[in-house]
Design a protein. Sequence first.
Length: 348
Amino acid sequence: MEILNVTQKEFGEKSILYSLTNDHGVTMNVTDLGARIVDLIVPVNGEKRNIVLGFDSAKEYYDKDIYFGASIGRVAGRIKHGSFAIDDQNYQLPVDPKNGHVLHGGAESFETKIWQSEIVKTDEQVSIIFSYVSEDGENGFPGTLKADITYTLTNENEWLIDYQATTDLPTLYNPTNHVYFNLTGDVTKSIADHKLVVDADRFAVVADDTTATGELRKVEGTPFDFTHSAALNQVLETTYEQNVLVNGLDHPFILNHTGFDRPQAVITAPNDDLSIEMYTDRPAVVIFTAQFGEDGPVVRGEQLANHGGITLETQVSPGAIEFEGFGDIILYPDTPFKSRTIFKINQE
């Protein structure tokens, strides 16, 4: 009997929830609101465990946190003072009046849009292709950008994210996905006892306002050293100034390798019964440890713990438009954008 399947239903606010299930009973629910992942439900020891943070309706995303699980663009992370230049042409984006910067492409960006969607199914995988046209001048960015983001669930228990985009004018493009993992499935529990491996010898230092300073610092001898498996508690219970500054992690890690022959990062559940491997062709991953304090949102009826999730946001490191050696996020009309990130589920 064929199990690999996709169904859909209304999610509210004119959005649709798509439910993808593979032959192993893994279910991934995604929505055209912000081209986002809502649920990733994995059978573990006879029980179903939802290992990502999400809400039960589109309205909750608007009311509580519009970034949870969303596709982020045009530019992930912070653009300092909202200013940049391309080929000696200066641009100024509308900034957040609270801090004078631009976060995740500015107000009402990719995460708030209803994307066009198309279902593609084969014997071994099922995909949803999300498409959005960001018009020239949207949020101050030049060029009409046509973006496709494809989510695929395979029978190898992989969630593939494929990014493609074209532009008619030189512009900036640096997308990511803002998924939060909590591999216990219990949002009332901190991720402090999750174990993390990141194949990165350097991280980007951030300032008080969490913009990149331009310094790339070695992880060796710091709590940022996850070159060997270590509990996330080492960045939560420390006096190291970069961790104290943000109460955990909100930092880009510069990856030692890219590609799909071996993972660049691995998160493992506290009791080792589940892990997520991350593979990417992007040069960096921003890791954020959900330091919402006691005021985190209610997630599926439960109060989210402080540090109740962890992101692995693959991208070019923020600061790329300011600093040499941080990468390039300029997209030209003659060079279409293409990128892939894979999250592979492993059950012990």
